[in-house]
Design a protein around this ligand. Structure first.
Ligand code: AMP
Ligand code: GLY
Length: 413
């Protein structure tokens, strides 16, 4: 089949590598893509958030399947526009993507479906904000209602900082603090049938020891040897099945990738957030371990035939990815710095560009997602950091403790 992949980040590079390895994918086109994706796909230019432009490109390249990577095109209705042309599309409708597009909408669906999650209030006035912060106490969790590229959430012990974030956002969701290790579970679904992938753990804070501001994610690893064996079944039964049923009941079935962000609390897994697309950088480690054909899996979800898909197969061992971020990320990142050693197997491009003279340069906050597998987590971790050592990018920073607590057996629920 002929596949058109929309997006230009690390998640899309990881998807492209997986798709290129699937024999059923005869041709892979990516738009707009990046220099890493260019090694495995033909690049086309497109404004990814423009439904008309993406649908026209899908028709022009005679795509059998369109896969939409990031959330912004989904929320903008790109999947609807592609399907309106009669082309299969992996990614939810704009209406269903509101599970990610609005934190208040997601909370409403969770309440209707009886999904375990933190108690929360949607607030628009200073009085509502004060009342909610007082009710929950510290640590305070304040979330911008709309899309914010992973940076709309402030978790703080400071009442003043919580109030200030609420002021800046306008409409916010203020939530009970959920204590426990975080897990990202990706579920491929056609709206009814649902197939969970291997759970992974992301590192959201910028600095070692989970210090510093929230980011889009600074690293990830899988599998999670410390997680309870029944965890995935439990989340599928308590959270995924009722959420998909509620979305069908509302007449807006969710088909695509349901990303369930969980805190494993003492009282069981609770939802921190839903996203409507693969997580970045968790996708890099999950797909590194997937042995089943990725194109066929996503095509089954896009064509409503997921129930007949064979059980997923996984490679033995573990995978670790370490994000190399540009100077000042997650503040306004410096771009245009030359990257040396950025074009080796396992180095996923997240924010890179090709300069006119052919040099690879940084073009975003998260620049590279350096990914390696190994026979076990310690081996994968050592291999990933060895790859990082070979990268030179002026002013860059990365965390040195990705997967360390898991390797040392320090994660407890
Ligand atoms: P979100 O965008 O909702 O995933 O939030 C970003 C990050 O903020 C999460 O990955 C958590 O680390 C943290 N966070 C969000 N909500 C909560 C909560 N209710 N309790 C504790 N931490 C949270
Ligand atoms: N890594 C977190 C996210 O993709 O939202």
């Amino acid at each position: 089949m002929r596949v058109l992949l929309i997006g230009s980040g690390g998640r899309e590079h990881a998807l492209a590598v997986g798709l290129a390895a699937d024999p059923s994918v005869e041709q892979l086109i990516a738009a707009p893509g990046n220099p890493g994706i260019a090694a495995v796909a033909t690049l086309r230019d497109v404004q990814a958030t423009d439904p008309v432009a993406v649908a026209a490109l899908a028709v022009e390249v005679q795509a059998d399947l369109v896969i939409i990577g990031p959330e912004a095109p989904l929320v903008a209705g790109v999947a609807d526009a592609v399907r309106a042309k009669g082309i299969a599309c992996f990614g939810p409708s704009a209406a269903a993507a509101q599970l990610e597009g609005s934190k208040a909408f997601a909370k409403d669906v969770m309440a209707a479906a009886g999904v375990p999650t933190g108690k929360a209030f949607t607030c628009t006035t200073a009085a509502e904000v004060s009342a909610a912060l007082t009710e929950f106490g510290a640590p305070y969790v304040v979330k911008n209602d709309g899309l914010a590229a992973g940076k709309g959430v402030v978790v703080t012990d400071s009442l003043a900082a919580a109030q200030q974030h609420a002021d800046e956002c306008g409409r916010v969701v203020i939530e009970e603090f959920l204590d426990g290790p975080e897990v990202s579970l990706f579920v491929v679904t056609d709206g009814t049938a649902a197939v969970p992938l291997m759970p992974a753990q992301d590192f959201k804070r910028a600095n070692d020891g989970d210090e510093g501001p929230n980011t889009g994610g600074m690293g990830a690893y899988a599998p999670l040897s410390w997680a309870p064996a029944d965890q995935v079944d439990r989340v599928m039964a308590e959270t995924v099945a009722p959420t998909l049923a509620e979305m069908r009941r509302r007449g807006t079935p969710f088909a695509g990738l349901l990303y369930v962000g969980l805190a494993l609390t003492k009282a069981g897994p609770k939802v921190i957030e839903f996203n409507a697309r693969f997580g970045d950088p968790e996708t890099q480690v999950v797909l590194a371990l997937l042995a089943s054909p990725l194109g066929e899996l996503l095509n089954a979800a896009a064509t409503g035939t997921l129930a007949g898909f064979p059980p997923l197969r996984w490679h033995e061992g573990a995978a670790v990815t370490v994000v190399v971020a540009s100077h000042n990320y997650p503040g306004t990142p410096r771009t245009g710095d030359v990257i040396d050693g950025g074009e080796r197997p396992g180095i996923i491009h997240a924010g890179t560009a090709r300069r006119e003279d052919g040099a690879l340069v940084s073009s975003g906050g998260r620049v590279l997602s350096v990914t390696a597998t190994g026979p076990d987590l310690a081996g994968a971790r050592a291999a990933a950091y060895e790859l990082v050592e070979g990268v030179a990018l002026e002013g860059s920073h990365h965390r040195t403790d990705i997967a360390l607590a898991a390797v040392e057996g320090r994660i407890q629920i």
